[in-house]
Design a protein around this ligand. Structure first.
Ligand code: SAH
Length: 253
C-alpha cells in the first residue's frame, strides 16, 4: 500500500515535470469533451430551429423552389447576427446588425430569392450586403454573386462570415449601389435589399437580355417588384408590400 502510494507519487512527479498530472489530464479531457458536446448540442438546436423556420415560415407561406428551400435549410442564419441575438435568429422577423441596418426577415429573403429565378450559370448582383446572409443563400444557387455594401465595417464583417462558411463565389465591394458594378455587368439577376424611391437606371442597364431585377421601391413603405428585361422592353410585376431600410446615396468626395 505504502509502496503503491510512493509509486503513484513518483508517477505524478514524473508527469508534473511537464505540468500534467494524470488527474489533470483526465479533467482537461472531460472539460474539452463537455465543451465540444455543448457546441454540438447548440449546433443541433440551431438546426432544429432552422428546419422549423423553413417548414412554418417559408414552405408554409408558399415558397416551393426546392433549391431555395434547401439553401434556407442549410445556411446557419445565427452566424450572421450578434451573439446576443443568436437565440432569435430563426424567429419570424428582421434583426439588427449594427449601423442602423437589419438582416431581413427569413421569409422575405426566400421570397426575393425565389422571385429572382436563379440558375446555376447565373451571375447575380446584390445591392446591400449587410450581414451577408442573403449573399450566402444566393451563393448556393448562382455561379457568382457580386455584392455591394456602402458601410465598410459591415462589408468587412460579411466577408469574414462568408469566408468562414466557404462561400468563395461571393465578391463583396464597398461602393454606392446606385452605380451598380459596371465592370462585372451584364448580370442575369439583380437583387436590391435596400429601398430606393425609384429604380436606378444604372441597374436596368446592367441587366442582361432576359434578366430580372427584384427590388423594393418607395419612400416609407415599399412595393417589392420584379422587373424583367427582354431586349429593350422592361416589364414590372408587383410581388408584395414590404418594408426595407432606405437605399442611401453615398456622398462623393
Ligand atoms: N441583404 C442584407 C440586408 C441588408 S439591409 C442581409 O442579408 O443582411 C440593407 C443594406 O443596404 C445595409 O447594409 C445598408 O448599409 C446597405 N445600403 C444602403 N444603401 C446602399 C447603397 N447605396 N449602396 C450599397 N449598399 C447600401
Amino acid at each position: 500500500m505504502v509502496h503503491g502510494d510512493v509509486e503513484n507519487r513518483g508517477a505524478d512527479k514524473v508527469q508534473s515535470c511537464c505540468g500534467k498530472t494524470a488527474r489533470n489530464i483526465r479533467e482537461r479531457t472531460i472539460m474539452r469533451t463537455d465543451k465540444s458536446n455543448g457546441a454540438q448540442e447548440a449546433k443541433n438546436r440551431f438546426r432544429t430551429d432552422r428546419l422549423r423556420m423553413v417548414e412554418q415560415q417559408i414552405r408554409g407561406r408558399g415558397i416551393k423552389d426546392p433549391h431555395v428551400l434547401k439553401a434556407m435549410e442549410e445556411v446557419p442564419r445565427h452566424l450572421f447576427v450578434a451573439p446576443d441575438d443568436q437565440s432569435s435568429a430563426y424567429d419570424d422577423n428582421p434583426l439588427p446588425i449594427g449601423y442602423g441596418q437589419t438582416i431581413s426577415q427569413p421569409y422575405i429573403v426566400a421570397l426575393m430569392t425565389e422571385t429572382l429565378h436563379i440558375t446555376a450559370h447565373d451571375r447575380v448582383l446584390e445591392i446591400g450586403t449587410g450581414s451577408g446572409y442573403q449573399s450566402a443563400i444566393l451563393s448556393r444557387l448562382a455561379k457568382d454573386v457580386f455584392s455591394i455594401e456602402s458601410i465598410a465595417p459591415l462589408a468587412d464583417r460579411a466577408r469574414l462570415t462568408l469566408n468562414d462558411l466557404a462561400c468563395h463565389n461571393v465578391h463583396v465591394r464597398v461602393s454606392d449601389g446606385y452605380e451598380g458594378w459596371p465592370d462585372k455587368a451584364p448580370f442575369d439577376g439583380v437583387i436590391v435589399t435596400a429601398a430606393p424611391e425609384t429604380v436606378p437606371d444604372e441597374l436596368i442597364e446592367q441587366v442582361a437580355d432576359g434578366g430580372r431585377i427584384v427590388i423594393p421601391v418607395g419612400l416609407h413603405y415599399q412595393e417589392l417588384i420584379l422587373l424583367t428585361k427582354e431586349r429593350t422592353v422592361v416589364r414590372s410585376h408587383k410581388i408584395a408590400d414590404v418594408r426595407f431600410v432606405p437605399m442611401v446615396r453615398k456622398e462623393k468626395g
